[in-house]
Design a protein around this ligand. Sequence first.
Ligand code: AMP
Length: 409
Amino acid sequence: MTNTTFADLGVAEPLQRALQAENYHTPTPIQARAIPLLLDGKDLLGIAQTGTGKTAAFALPILQQLADRPDRVGRGGARALILAPTRELAIQIGEAIKVYGRHYHLRHTVIVGGIGQQPQVRAMSRGVDILVATPGRLLDLINQGHVRLKAASILVLDEADRMLDMGFIRDVRKIVAALPRERQSLLFSATMPADVARLAAEILRDPVRIEISPKTVTVDKVEQHVYFVDAARKRALLIDLLRDPALARVIVFTRTKHGANRVSEQVDKAGISTEALHGNKSQGARQRALARFRAGQARVLVATDIAARGIDVDGITHVINFELPNEPESYVHRIGRTARAGAAGIALSFCDSSERSHLRGIERLTKRPMTVAGDKRAQDLAPSADRAAPRNGQPQRKRFRNGRSRRAA
Ligand code: AMP
């Protein structure tokens, strides 16, 4: 958080009122840096992940600029386009725009795949001020002549790395080509691999670069523990941990869709309300699962990385890594679900002997060794080759903190 206020950043009064109602008292670092220069019309390259407050960082200046320059849009037209890789993220951005823009009279709509296109075509028929979309369906509607982007003067590519990961590069290029050259462009990405850097160079003009490293935004605020446990004992450990009501709103990450289903079934059988979220589920089923989790009807959401990416649920008390991801960045994304925008959170990681190298990679990236959970129950539940035999009656905790014994197992 920063010492400035939204008013200091030049945010207009109707937006300030909406932010107050949302209990946003101070801008996050990315908001403090991005908002003034976006209001000034600059292009932006934002290296930041979900959880930093980046949605408001781009949505507020877009709303304000469009409200300041009232303009008519033609049939199928949009004045600003926000592209997001997943339906969930697009819908979430649409909701944020509705909340922040509630005192303005701007029209917005969300276009995503997996649902009927007719309502979307209807919504576009009068044109909108802000269009939020995933690339595939948007391109379909452009090709059918239902959407025209010739009047779009602002473009945002959110989670560009994910977008390219999901194979959207060609669609993105075609969509960008449908926009006028004279425009303000913003690109956000959690990571900056070469293909994203190339895309940024193509799309942005003399951009200001703002980097909010995940290290400072989330990792430092999250209490991180690791349990050394056999793969076969993970389920029992999870269910045992979930018996503690302090784990009030929990996301459990698995590596595969199949794993997410299996774990959620097992947790459910233990009498703990749970939902699974992964790419094999229909759009409707995913929305229902999320809604139940958001409403607190399900205490536990079991998800894969891709399905959970960009999902914004407040008040996550714990993130549990049932399996460690092999990409350290994914770990940072996962634990960023707890401790959002300043709150503290807890991440618990289960590490079996095959995952030791993943753990080392993660600790190298975060530059913070995880605390080895010395919890009695975990020790009881993890009696295996993963645990060095007690020596001289030393407490487990101490031995596990010793890097040597970790690697030796
Ligand atoms: P984002 O990174 O845009 O997904 O935002 C992460 C979360 O932080 C969302 O739940 C936002 O509602 C919340 N948020 C964003 N900006 C602020 C702020 N300035 N103060 C408090 N919460 C915020």
